[in-house]
Design a protein around this ligand. Structure first.
Ligand SMILES: Cc1ncc(COP(=O)(O)O)c(C=O)c1O
Length: 368
């Protein structure tokens, strides 16, 4: 019998961090025998729209068939909404899949991606999957790297700049002027991957619509997700938009049949479920204002957020605080892995969940 063949695995694979998801609600409920609220993964607390559920059920009867490769109906619907050409849209299995495809296309040994940190962990994973590496921008303030700090970190090896706007987990956003300064200062050998997974929740007046910049600069790619405002995290649908010459090449490494038949049908229906979308946005905006005000009123430092979550410095070991909150039925995300050991990220839930979470946190008597 041969020994463990793990040594045959290419060395860069060992350096890929495992993605650590928010603790599954089922696990907590089983362990504690209580009804829990998961405020840890930036999901939509309303669930999918009823008409989306109907579309998924209809698709279920056709599950013996392979889905259409290009998701053409969905692609046309997305292009129509965004007023872009269909050949500039690539539908993927979640925004994360587009990040992986871009990394595979632009990175490799000796080549790097760059991004402010803390940010979405999948930028690191995708870069390493492509045998490249992710470099963190050295920023004075972890809440937001300046444009100068970002541009100052670009090297001849930088092929991809990952920016989440707004950013996860900080909630901070870049304005139009900052995006324009970035594009102006970015060298020709660097692509900009502008991640708008939380686009719909933004209320800031100076927030740029990344799509509007695509025509100006062919280095720009914009990625969006159906996981958040459209409440389809469990189905895995997202898309990237970019110059057709780039999108055409990226399609080669998407892999066949990656966007399942129910996912395609659900996403098409979700685009039309505008009432549900409006309710999801209103709930997130109301909830994040409530959390920000209430937590600040408790003497805690809250990071201003444009997304469907709020990050708060609890001034204590956030891992331990998260453990205690979990025992009361509230699952939140401690940010120690992001270098923020006293911070928690709380996804905005229903107003009832938000109020319950605040009561549970107050019950821990962290503040004087
Ligand atoms: C900034 C950012 N981009 C992308 C994603 C992933 O989106 P998807 O579920 O479509 O892969 C997330 C998920 O949390 C995120 O925070």
């Amino acid at each position: 019998m041969a020994g463990n063949p793990a040594h045959l695995i290419r060395p860069h694979v060992h350096g890929i961090p495992l993605y650590v998801p928010g603790k599954p609600i089922e696990e907590v409920e089983r362990e504690l025998g209580i009804v829990a609220a998961k405020l840890a993964s930036n999901e939509n607390p309303l669930g999918p729209a009823p008409e989306v559920v109907t579309a998924i059920a209809a698709a279920a009867t056709k599950m013996n068939l392979y889905p259409e490769l290009e998701a053409p109906v969905l692609r046309r619907a997305i292009a129509g909404r965004l007023r872009v050409e269909e050949d500039s849209v690539l539908v993927t299995a979640g925004a994360s899949h587009f990040l992986e495809i871009a990394a595979l296309a632009f990175l490799g040994p000796g080549l790097t991606s760059l991004g402010p940190w803390p940010s979405f962990v999948h930028y690191v994973i995708a870069s390493r999957m492509a045998a490249g590496d992710f470099v963190q921008v050295q920023a004075a303030d972890p809440r937001k790297a300046t444009v100068e700090e970002i541009l100052g970190s670009v090297t001849p090896a930088t092929r991809l700049l990952f920016i989440a706007n707004p950013n996860n987990p900080t909630g901070a956003h870049y304005g139009r002027g900052e995006l324009e300064a970035l594009l102006c200062g970015l060298p020709e050998h660097t692509m900009l991957l502008w991640d708008e997974a939380y686009f719909e929740y933004v209320t800031a007046e100076d927030y740029p619509d990344g799509i509007a910049y695509l025509a100006r600069d062919p280095r720009m790619m914009v990625v969006r997700s159906f996981s958040k405002v459209h409440a389809l995290a469990g189905l895995r649908v997202g898309f990237g938009v970019g110059h057709p010459a780039i999108i055409r090449e990226l399609a080669r490494i998407r892999g066949p049949f990656k966007i399942s038949l129910p996912a395609q049908a659900a996403a098409v229906a979700a685009l039309d479920a505008t009432d549900h979308m409006a309710r999801s946005i209103a709930l997130a905006i109301e909830g994040r204002a409530f959390l920000a005000e209430t937590l600040a009123g408790m003497g805690l430092r809250v990071w201003p957020s444009q997304a469907n979550f709020v990050t708060v410095d609890v001034g204590a070991d956030a891992g331990e605080v998260a453990g205690r909150l979990e025992r009361t039925g509230y699952i939140v995300r401690p940010l120690k892995p992001f270098g923020l050991p006293t911070c928690l990220r709380i996804t905005v839930g229903t107003m009832e969940q938000n109020a319950g979470f605040v009561r549970a946190l107050a019950g821990l008597r962290l503040c004087a």
